[in-house]
Design a protein. Sequence first.
Length: 286
Amino acid sequence: MSVHPVREEDFDLYALGALEDDEKLAIESHVAACADCTRRLAEARGRISLLALAAPPIAPSVAVKQRLMQRVRATVPDGVRDEVHDAVREDDERGAPAHPTTPRAPRERERAGLVFGRWWAAVLIPAGAVLAVATILLWTENRQLDRQLAALRAAAQQQEQQLAQARDIDNLIESSDTVTVALARQPGQPSGAAHVMYNAKMGMLMYDGEIAPAPAAKSYQLWLVPAQGKPISAGVFNPVSGRADHLLAKLPPGIAPNVFAVTLEPAGGMPQPTGPMVLVGSASSL
């Protein structure tokens, strides 16, 4: 089942035809199978229809009436044209709708009423349409700004994390308390070599190495084996052929290492080592 549209104004944007192709298709495919969203779309269409009447009444200019009269003269029969002209003139003089006493045929009165009975609609409907379009444009612009702001925040957060990691690596390399341990391949295991830099005071470990890719459904896992206690996982990785791996791990500070090892474990790693040791390096002599 498709996901419900996240923003309520998506329905209003669709009702006005302001959605882009992908967004429009997403709502159409979802509404076809969702009764609740079908109702919400119908409500949105009703709101958009009412926007045309939301603008305050505006008195039309003389030029508007003149243009309407010109259209009437071109389309209305002579007899009806004279009666309509008299009615409009009396309306202008008295400030109230005129009611001609001359009998009219029903169809002639209907035609005259259609032309002038709602002449104000020629002003209100365009004004309401402009208001609706302006509202949708503001909604669309706000959505774009929200997306851009979210992308900028994500990029800034990623840069901060990268800078913090770079500072940690510099501190690890420059510290006189950091030890480096070479990890050697064990007999019968995939080819590879690596080394570990570890600082017990900082509680930081960095692994650099290259090893053959793990078999299917398997992963490599790096361990710090302390002088006392159980091995501590320092990370899981899945090498790519011809590419070195780099891991930076934070560990509890003050742990004295005995051995660093890389084991082959089920995909995703294990709480404690279960597979064979592929790379091993002793830290007890440091």
